[in-house]
Design a protein around this ligand. Structure first.
Ligand code: NAI
Length: 715
């Protein structure tokens, strides 16, 4: 067989060395082709009398990551049935089992990280030696993509380290260092890199027993008594509700993991593997795993590789950028730019403010040093790249300007003109505005085709998304440069057209307005907040409105009214906002009071006066109805963005919602949510919501036609 994934060498004393080294990728991944080759290698070792045992190691810096998700993506596109899913996991599971029971000893010489399927391969070996390098981490993070380890991981790990520890690792996806892996009994030896292969050889030369504990007669782990053992009964009884309380049943994987381990440890190993297979297949055929994998891995990966970049323009590498405004956003953008090796001129109206902006980076770096994420030397280099200034002449040789001054058209126009007077005539200019139309701001710039929106999210160092806004006159060349910059600072871009609120702010507004509309109707505030969290939103709509202050959505509404007049339909929550601001003087957290009360010790609780201000209705809606309203209103607005061409494709809609405002990942994003419900069913539900709650839920004729044609945005 022509091997592209593994090299096999047979050493003089009958030790076979299998080196995983995928010829086509920088990482070893579990794919059908790999499984075929590795299975053939196991067969050779099992049947060749001259071979005494085998070492499994890797020719790459990492040992092996998990499944090749690209392959999974293609399988999802075809539609994954339970039968497909069962077939999908059978081959790797059988391969591991054959290796484990073939009568020859296998030792894993783990030279780098082994995660997911890579970790399962390691667990199926008879002995594990790992390199003493903190980067060589081990773990089974399948739960993070809506799955469970499907090649024996859920059964070997508990038998090796005990059910309690295994459950904790499997349900959280925890990743451990070599030292921690040794302490928990996941590996047998930690050695230096130089000694790795010799340690593996030495173990093989000691005539090790090639039969695992669970394949010996009379084997029974202490947990095999299941509920008959009081300690086990208590632990399993608590484990299920424990994970449900964190996931509100939106994510089926953690519960399935608890069930798989519970059922599996009470059975002989081969029956346990069948149990694992059934649970795995159910998860793989569930839309949740597809949604998470498609959006947060596959489509995010494509966006990171700048899939939306127009073709035909040379790649730009940025050496120096100018940032106008050293406030919260400017300071954050300065940090991520400097961290990516770019020099930054950080301008504010006073040197004190500019210095304060630089001090933000010093603070972030200090925390990173404390957490051992960066060395002092690396931090010093990053900090030395940021040059606070009040002098626009310092911008004379910048490759890009990013403006992040106050959200005020006149202030922005002023700094834009001052920068334009000194920067090179080819340097693009970006605004980080969150609400002002890009095409309007571009009028202050003499080269509007070189003007673009780069909308960052706060806090910039932690938020992955950048919303790139193409104005009426923005050229493709400028878009290409802007995307190159986003790529260079290692953020994920989506590309949208100019529109009120662009894409992310526009859709997110619908969530907070719906929350306030529910309040106006007399729904109990606690129901509103809890329903949002149970639907998977990280924070309830009233709490998040308090955070941004009620003044912000109010300002956006007033602006739209001023510009559009009667053509603009204000949100149903207008009256709530007006009364909170004018009547009760409760603008939000910054003002010390909002929908919540804020105690001096930082604690908060819903304002007791809310039920007098907005009387509670006698009849309360079902929780599901409230959840649905808050998610569907966002999905509908996203569909409108697609209809209007603000979004150019469904991928950016999904990515922007998950990365931009933490729309729950189990949905795959606002448009994948519609796909999961089914376009036709979604339209029908919205029509019914419109009848009960108002026109804002009415699907457009475009959406209705789309539903008539197809049941999905992605086909
Ligand atoms: P900020 O108030 O923290 O910072 C603005 C900075 O600009 C201040 O340091 C101020 O001294 C400086 N500045 C004002 N006028 C200036 C002038 N004429 N010349 C030089 N510097 C001047 O505001 P923040 O939050 O950083 O927002 C900045 C921009 O980013 C705004 O357009 C805002 O809408 C946008 N934005 C804000 C987000 C947020 O979460 N705060 C998110 C995304 C965008």
């Amino acid at each position: 067989m022509d091997m592209k994934h593994i090299r096999i060498e047979i050493e003089a004393d009958g030790i076979a060395v299998l080196t995983l080294d995928n010829a086509d990728e920088s990482m070893n991944l579990v794919s059908p082709a790999f499984i075929e080759e590795f299975s053939a290698a196991v067969e050779k070792i099992a049947t060749d009398d001259a071979i005494k045992g085998a070492i499994v190691t890797s020719g790459k810096p990492a040992f092996m990551a998990g499944a090749d998700l690209k392959f999974l993506g293609a399988a999802f596109d075809k539609g994954m049935t339970i039968k497909d899913a069962l077939a999908f996991r059978q081959a790797p599971s059988d391969m591991h089992r054959r290796m484990e029971t073939c009568g020859k000893p296998f030792v894993a010489a783990i030279n780098g990280l082994a995660l997911g399927g890579g970790c399962e391969l390691v667990l199926a070996c008879h002995h594990r030696v790992i390199v003493d390098d903190p980067k060589a981490t081990l773990g089974l993070p399948e739960v993070n993509v809506g799955l469970l380890p499907g090649s024996g991981g859920t059964q070997r790990l508990p038998r090796m380290i005990g059910v309690e520890r295994a459950l904790s690792m499997l349900t959280t996806g925890e990743i451990v260092s070599p030292a921690e892996a040794l302490a928990r009994g996941i590996v047998d030896q930690v050695v230096s890199r130089e000694a790795l292969l010799d340690a593996a050889r030495a173990w093989l030369r000691g005539n090790p027993d090639p039969v695992r504990a669970w394949d010996k007669k009379g084997y029974a782990p202490p947990e095999s008594f299941g509920l008959l053992d009081t300690k086990m009964a208590t632990m399993f009884t608590m484990a299920g509700p424990g994970v449900s309380a964190k996931t509100w049943h939106n994510y089926p994987a953690p519960i399935a993991i608890v069930a798989t381990v519970f059922e599996g440890v009470q059975l002989p190993f081969d029956s346990a593997l069948k149990i694992e297979g059934k649970h795995f297949a159910r998860l793989l055929a569930d839309p949740v795993s597809r949604n998470i994998i498609r959006t947060t891995f596959l489509n995010k990966g494509k966006a990171d590789r700048l899939a939306s970049r127009p073709e035909g323009f040379d790649k730009t590498t940025f050496r120096k950028v100018g940032i106008l405004g050293a406030g919260m956003m400017g300071a954050g953008i300065a940090f991520v730019s400097a961290a990516a090796g770019i020099d930054v001129v950080l301008i504010d109206s006073s040197l004190e403010f500019a210095e304060k902006g630089k001090a933000y980076s010093a603070g972030v770096l200090k925390r990173e040093i404390e957490r051992k994420r960066r060395s002092q030397e690396a931090a010093d280099t990053i900090l030395s790249r940021i040059h606070p200034s009040v002098d626009y002449a310092d911008l004379a040789d910048v490759d890009l300007v990013i403006e992040a001054v106050f959200e005020d058209t006149a202030v922005k126009a002023d700094v834009t003109k001052r920068a334009a007077a000194v920067i090179p005539k080819t340097t693009p200019f970006a605004s980080n505005t969150s609400t002002l139309p890009i095409s309007g701001l571009a009028e202050a710039f003499e080269r509007p085709d070189d003007f673009i929106g780069l909308h960052f999210f706060s806090p910039v160092d932690r938020m992955q998304l950048v919303e790139v806004i193409v104005g009426k006159k923005t050229s493709d060349a400028t878009l290409a440069k802007a995307l190159d910059f986003v790529g260079q600072i290692r953020k994920t871009p989506i590309v949208v057209r100019d529109s009120r609120g662009f894409y992310t702010s526009r859709v997110f507004q619908t969530f907070i307005h719906e929350g306030m509309a529910l309040l106006q109707e007399g729904v109990k505030p606690a129901i509103i907040e809890n329903a949002a969290k149970q639907a998977g939103m990280p924070v309830g709509p009233l709490a998040v409105t308090d955070e941004v202050t009620i003044e912000l959505p109010m300002k956006i509404v007033r602006q739209a009214q001023a510009e559009m007049g009667t053509a603009y339909t204000p949100p149903v929550s207008l009256e709530v906002m007006r009364r909170m601001l004018d009547e009760f003087k409760r603008p939000g957290r910054k003002g010390g009071a909002g929908f919540y009360e804020y105690a001096a010790d930082g604690k908060k609780h819903l304002w007791k006066g809310l039920s007098d201000a907005f009387p509670i209705a006698k009849e309360q809606p079902a929780l599901d109805e409230v959840k649905k309203r808050m998610l569907y209103i966002q999905a509908l607005e996203t569909a409108r963005c697609l209809e209007e061409g603000v979004l150019l494709n469904p991928v950016d809609g999904d990515l922007g919602s998950v990365l931009g405002w933490s729309f729950p990942t189990y949905t795959g994003g606002t448009l994948s949510l519609i796909d999961t419900v089914g376009l036709k069913a979604f339209v029908a539900e919205c029509e019914s919501l419109a009848q009960r709650h108002g026109e804002r839920f009415a699907p457009s004729s475009w959406l209705r036609e789309k539903a008539a044609e197809s049941d999905s945005f992605y086909n």
